[in-house]
Design a protein around this ligand. Structure first.
Ligand code: MD3
Ligand code: FE
Length: 203
């Protein structure tokens, strides 16, 4: 039962549930090879979500700015490859939203502890603005905010639960969005955390 949240934004509640156990095992494999870390903004403030990546690019942030890097700055080696179960899920979800041949170049993994949040921002470090972003939520729920193409446009709130998927493309690709502070809780699969996976193309 897909729901259009905005022009180009398709919400697929629970769509990742059938694959959740296999997905979670794959995410844990990636995090063993490329441990989660707390990045800082170019201004030197720590981001509250911890991050890692798999694929041919990884999102990174430090004093030098926000950017995609082809090697993990923590190890100097390549990021782990995208596990097949993750790749297949992302392609399937994009397909359901009308993107027939989505081949993600990377998956950014965000882990939120209770209290962690993500301020209102746009994702515009990618050159590939024609490709959608596929977002998959696992574990604790989050209040997700999304607005329009300007910071002060009106905002909608949607609760993203374990297994929920959103495909962001077209006019919504540059929408401002953010995550309210995660509330403490326990989830059978992920424990006291929320995870969000975003499948992306950079080039
Ligand atoms: C709307 N992550 O990593 S996912 C991010 O829950 C990010 O961790 C959030 O925003 C999270 O950049 C939200 C949903 C999402 C992702 C990318 C988008 C929504 C988007 C890009 C354009 C518009
Ligand atoms: Fe974002």
């Amino acid at each position: 039962q897909p729901v259009a949240l905005a022009d180009g934004a398709l919400f697929l509640p629970g769509a990742a549930l059938p694959a959740a156990d296999r997905l979670w095992a794959a995410v844990q494999d990636v995090m063993r090879s490329a441990p989660l870390r707390r990045l800082s903004t170019p201004g030197g403030r720590a981001l509250s979500a911890e991050m890692s990546n798999c694929g041919i690019w990884g999102w990174h942030s430090d004093r030098q700015g926000y950017r995609y890097v082809s090697a993990d700055p923590m190890t100097g080696g390549p990021w782990p490859s995208i596990p097949e179960v993750m790749r297949a899920l992302a392609a399937d979800m994009a397909c359901r939203a009308g993107y027939e041949n989505f081949e993600p170049q990377l998956c950014l993994i965000n882990r939120y502890v209770p209290g962690a949040r993500m301020g209102l921002h746009q994702d515009r470090d990618e050159q590939a603005m024609a490709a959608p972003i596929v977002s998959v939520s696992l574990g604790l729920p989050a209040r997700f905010l999304f607005g329009g193409l300007t910071r002060d446009a009106p905002r909608q709130t949607v609760v993203l639960q374990h297994g929920d998927v959103v495909v962001w493309g077209g006019p919504s690709r540059l929408a401002f969005h953010g995550v309210s502070p995660i509330r403490p809780g326990h989830h059978a699969l992920t424990g006291g955390y929320r995870y969000n996976l975003t499948f992306r193309r950079v080039t």
